[in-house]
Design a binder for this molecule. Structure first.
Ligand code: GLU
Length: 473
């Protein structure tokens, strides 16, 4: 049977890292098996679902590159279908109308708690039996699923192994509310049946829903999918991951300068492993991913590791790939890349020094934008009157260069050093500060090559002016 998995977020907020990991595992399993992946928006909770959240989830999935073969489906567009199945269950006496008012259920719940019992709907409670007999024609009711009273529900979870729930623990679930709307646990089952889902990958917070859902599958004589319930993601302090630990929204990781590939690689390892391998290309992830290898224990988020992976992908990915995402940050910083070197060249030169694209954008600025001032500390240290001669000679040699190559620029610097009998630092550092405005950069010859002849000359002039002003003070 062809594998079909799904990601089924409730649009009550942005796409967070926990959701993104679930989506990734589901997606990877579909890709690994040559199956299909469905995106389904579970928006039945009308009060908490927003269009903004739907857009944010789709934006997050697209940014991560987790494409779907079908969908997005919306539960709110399928109410007729859910009602049709409710009617079918009613006709088969597998569901029934319940007239017990909320106040009564609350009272019974309190009684149960006072008696030390687990609060639950008890269809055999005399007061509920009474409430459900001799009812007026127009009395409000909800519809409950007739859960089996005997036996138990057993399923084999990919992550947690054999799981068994006794039916005596499960009460008769409401499947249609008094206002006529279908309930969440019911819609999920109908969707997973109709969409032909074969493996359900979701968070372990849903594990208690699974036996209830399985009973509905059975009542409908539908094939029960397999399940993989993934453990939680914790912050580095061991508490459940929340905003307090920093970014939790996937798009915030974009804003902070992560590459989707780094985040995906980070997420895949957060609760899944293949030996002790840490770096996985997308192809490797797809090839090696197994639901069986998802870890049972909760995983702790580690920002340092994510930064390390991000640096790895910045320096080792195709520069075109990095450029696609760096461009967003250049735009955000209003650095136009039109009048300057190709962004891919800058990435190859500067990328390895940066852990994030935010840093990389900042470190790329001087290739595209002129500056009026030098970084104060660097200028104070390196743009001193003694550097004047070196900068003037370098400028003259640079002006005379016919071919603007890194190699020739390297020779220019070496010649200045030998002609003036100066060490490399006494020439290279003033030049670096002049050309970049700062005290740190990649190799200055390569930087000059990309900055370009006109700009280099203009910036050496600016540095000489600075030195003259300083001397005059
Ligand atoms: N909509 C649920 C959630 O966002 C997921 C339900 C499921 O995967 O079955 O937590």
């Amino acid at each position: 049977m062809t594998v079909k998995t799904r990601f089924a977020p409730s649009p009550t907020g942005f796409l967070h890292v926990g959701g993104a990991r679930t989506a990734l595992y589901s997606w990877l399993y579909a890709k690994h098996t040559g199956g299909e992946f469905v995106l389904r928006i579970e928006d039945t909770d009308l009060e908490r679902s927003t269009q903004e959240a739907i857009d944010a989830i789709i934006e997050g999935m697209e940014w991560l590159g987790l494409d779907w073969d079908e969908g997005p489906y919306y539960q709110t567009k399928r109410f007729d279908r859910y009602n049709e199945v409710v009617d079918q269950l009613m006709a088969e006496d597998k569901a029934y109308k319940c007239y017990a008012p909320k106040e009564l259920l609350d009272e019974i719940r309190e009684e149960q708690m006072a008696a030390g019992l687990k609060p639950r709907y008890d269809a055999n409670h005399p007061r509920i039996i009474e409430a459900n007999s001799n009812v007026a024609d127009d009395a409000p009711f909800c519809i409950r699923f007739r859960n089996p009273k005997e036996g138990s529900v057993v399923f084999e979870d990919y992550v947690r192994g054999r799981i068994e729930f006794s039916n005596s623990e499960l009460d008769d679930l409401i499947i249609r509310r008094t206002d006529g709307s279908p309930t969440y646990n019911f819609c999920v089952v109908i969707d997973d049946i109709d969409m032909g889902i074969t493996q359900v990958v979701r968070g372990e917070d849903h594990i208690n829903n699974t036996p209830r859902q399985i009973n509905i599958y059975k009542a409908l004589n539908a094939k029960i999918p397999e399940f993989a319930h993934c453990s939680m993601i914790l912050g580095d302090d061991g508490a459940k991951l929340s905003k307090r630990h920093g970014a939790v929204s996937v798009m915030q990781y974009r804003d902070e300068g992560y590459l989707p590939q780094a985040l995906l690689n980070y997420l895949v390892r957060l609760g899944w492993s293949h030996g002790d391998q840490e770096i996985f290309s997308m192809e490797e992830m797809i090839e090696l991913f197994r639901l069986e290898s998802i870890s049972k224990s909760a995983s702790a988020f580690n920002t340092d590791k994510l930064l390390w992976l991000n640096n790895h992908y910045i320096k080792s990915s195709e520069p075109e790939y990095v450029a696609k995402y760096l461009q967003w940050h250049m735009d955000a910083k209003e650095i136009s890349v039109e009048n300057g070197p190709a962004l891919t060249d800058v990435i190859q030169l500067v990328g390895e020094r940066c852990n994030t694209l935010v840093e990389l954008a900042e470190q790329s600025r001087y290739f595209y934008q002129d500056f009026e001032e030098f970084e104060a500390g660097a200028a104070k240290k390196h743009l001193r009157p003694v550097a004047k001669e070196a900068l003037e000679l370098a400028k003259a040699k640079v002006e005379a260069l016919d071919t603007w190559t890194t190699e020739n620029l390297h020779t220019v610097i070496a010649d200045v050093c030998s002609e003036l009998e100066l060490g490399m630092g006494k020439v290279g550092m003033p030049l670096r500060v002049a050309v970049t405005g700062q005290g740190q950069s990649p190799s200055v010859d390569a930087v000059m090559q990309l900055v370009g002849k006109d700009r280099v000359i203009k910036r050496i002039d600016l540095a000489l002016e600075y030195i003259n002003q300083r001397a005059a003070q």
